[in-house]
Write a protein that binds this ligand. Sequence first.
Ligand code: CTP
Length: 406
Amino acid sequence: MLSNLRVLLIISGGIAAYKSLELIRSLKAEGAHVRPILTKAGREFVTPLSVSSLAREKVHEDLFSLTDESEIGHIRLARETDLVVVAPATADILAKMNHGIADDLATTALLATDRPILVAPAMNSRMWENAATQCNIANLKSHGVMTVGPALGELAEGEFGIGRMAEPAEILLAVEAVLGNPLSGVRALVTSGPTYEPIDPIRYIANRSSGKQGHAIAGACARLGADVTLVTGPSTEAEPLGVSTVHVETARDMLRACIDALPVDFAICAAAVSDWRPESVHGQKLKKGQAAALPANLRLVENPDILATLAVRENDRPKLVIGFAAETHDVVAYARAKLASKGCDWILANDVSAETGTFGGDHNKIHLLTRDVESGVGIEEWPQSSKRDIAARLAERVARVLGAAA
Ligand code: CTP
């Protein structure tokens, strides 16, 4: 989260300016205050009205605006911020930044600021590869200016090459890396999604888990600077940015991948691991006529418990082992029992009965149970929120406990 952090966002004139609208939305969703500056060329691509509507702030455009100067002034604009982001950063603005040219509000603010600067270059690949641009960017970097992108891809002119502005999600990650990474240097393991337990080459036992919560947690931990390994069962969720993702199918594969990821500082088991698997897997597809044989063929055996295994590791137990308790009734009572039986430190208990729509849905309601040697079990009620918000809250909670110690 970027709660209450201030970002001065300079939008210069490139076609990628439309993506800056999405960047404003994402920065705001993370709690940042965004103060926008739109250059004259930027105004050709996005309107001040759309920028100010999303930022919920006045758009600053003119160096010589009497009202702006009397209200805030370009020097305060440059200084009253935690970070200056230039997205898109055209070849022109990079050249001006490198040479100290201050001929409009954006370049004046860039020259006057004493805050960190992050630029997201966006231009045609020839312009990017031009020696002048490369020299400008190298100089700016040597003066401490940070960059994100550009990426390889299709460019506005229909050409293909390097020059596409980094996606807003990637810029957000870079902003978070600069402004708030309390989990920097901390290693994390997150499990997510269902597991598939094969019956024969085409059939399997599975569950309705989507992987949304686990993937959101992995992303939230990475945004706070953690080095995250996500071990996931089959899921259609996109791999979170900045996370190493390991794809597995069965519970036993998931356990192996988790053990391979050790040592870590904390582990969050959000996967809905199948409790059982068929005792034997048929090498060939079972035929319709073989139904009579199925009860015997489908004898189930219990899968290893990944959370409980991690919680009792002798030499490489993570400092914090966190599990979920998916219950359809008596949520807190069952969660309390799981906290004890699995030997983990925290349990996030949630009601997954069909009417809540939690399993596979976008929202969740959490009771956080924490185990403290001295004060016993503590219970916090979290309000019903999106899985993304729950992930951010959990990552921050972990950061408060581990970040300071890292
Ligand atoms: N878990 C695990 N490995 C398993 C089963 C569960 O790591 N084989 C983890 C889950 O990721 C979750 C916690 O244990 O963090 C609780 O999972 P849950 O499905 O609620 O409980 P179970 O242990 O399966 O117990 P029950 O089915 O009796 O509720």
